[in-house]
Design a binder for this molecule. Structure first.
Ligand SMILES: [Fe+2]
Length: 195
């Protein structure tokens, strides 16, 4: 099994000032360690040649936790982007914007509810904007390594709320991290996942 992470589509210092290069460095090292552990755990088992999402759906215990955390981090990095030029789209137009208005009242409503869910999640986990099978948007909190792959929701956006995600830049202040995170969401990528 490959232990090489998908390359980031931006430099480690490209998310500044909202994510420092030191924070991205440390978080990527954590992600790499998870990928290394996954390769060790899967070696010599039926999971060794399996695609990562299938491992997440079929594994249990430590193998599930490790595989899910690798996948979650792959997805997380693909939810962020460097500061965009003014012509780059946000979340304020198109079909996704209409769905956001319908589900949350407004874009600000989405942000408030997403942040509220993140701040109320006890311990480690992830906050997801998902699309339900009926097409509607919803927010989901998963504890620890949990993710939507084991259910029927399609993940559109993820925020890592493990403390390691905000220890370096925000001294453990999850609220400040959420504010920074919101500045760096890659809305074109989120919209591309929306069907
Ligand atoms: Fe993380």
């Amino acid at each position: 099994m490959a232990t090489e992470l998908p390359a980031l589509p931006y430099a480690h210092d490209a998310l500044q000032p909202h994510f420092s290069a030191a924070a991205v460095d440390q978080h990527r090292q954590h992600h790499q360690a998870l990928a290394n552990s996954l390769a060790r755990l899967a070696a010599g088992t039926r999971f060794e040649a399996m695609a990562l999402p299938d491992i997440v759906r079929q594994a249990s215990g430590t193998l599930f936790n490790t595989a899910a955390e690798v996948w979650n981090h792959d997805f997380y990095w693909a939810c962020l982007r460097p500061p965009a030029d003014s012509a780059s789209p946000g979340a304020d137009s198109g079909a996704l914007a209409e769905a956001i208005d319908e589900a949350f009242g407004s874009f600000d409503g989405l942000r408030e509810q997403f942040t509220g869910l993140a701040l109320s999640l006890f311990g480690s986990g992830w906050i997801w904007l998902v699309q339900r099978r009926n097409g509607a948007l919803a927010l989901v909190a998963t504890a620890n390594a949990g993710n939507p792959l084991t259910g029927t929701d399609t993940p559109l956006l993820a925020c890592d709320v493990w403390e390691h995600a905000y220890g370096v830049d925000h001294a453990g202040r999850r609220d400040r991290y959420l504010e920074a995170f919101w500045h760096r969401v890659d809305w074109p990528a989120v919209a591309a996942r929306f069907e």
